[in-house]
Design a protein around this ligand. Structure first.
Ligand SMILES: [Zn+2]
Length: 100
């Protein structure tokens, strides 16, 4: 992502990009990512929802995702939600597919 070095016009319009990203994560925005040419739909999850009794295993590290932990839900966009898996945020970054 190119960094814009726009001169501020009078007002200080220097919104830190990091904060914006954090807000986006918290809102559970859906996005699309490509890993090795495969398109995935990725959605953030704050972990605290109606499915309170449910826990998930991260398919990358094979560890349980702790309750209430913010994580990612990803599925193969072509094969659909059947392939949906919950990942630790860092694990998803390292994951290169495919989803089983
Ligand atoms: Zn993991």
């Amino acid at each position: 992502m190119p960094r814009s070095n726009r001169p501020s016009r009078g007002k200080k319009a220097a919104e830190p990009i990091e904060d914006l990203n954090l807000n986006t994560l918290r809102m559970g925005v859906r996005r699309t990512e490509f890993k090795r040419g495969v398109e995935y739909t990725v959605q953030t999850s704050v972990g605290a929802n109606a499915e309170d009794t449910k826990t998930w295993m991260c398919p990358y590290c094979n560890l349980q995702i702790a309750k209430g932990l913010s994580h990612l839900v990803a599925f193969d966009s072509v094969r659909g939600v059947e392939t949906r898996r919950h990942f630790h945020t860092a694990c998803w970054s390292s994951f290169q597919g495919p989803l089983l």
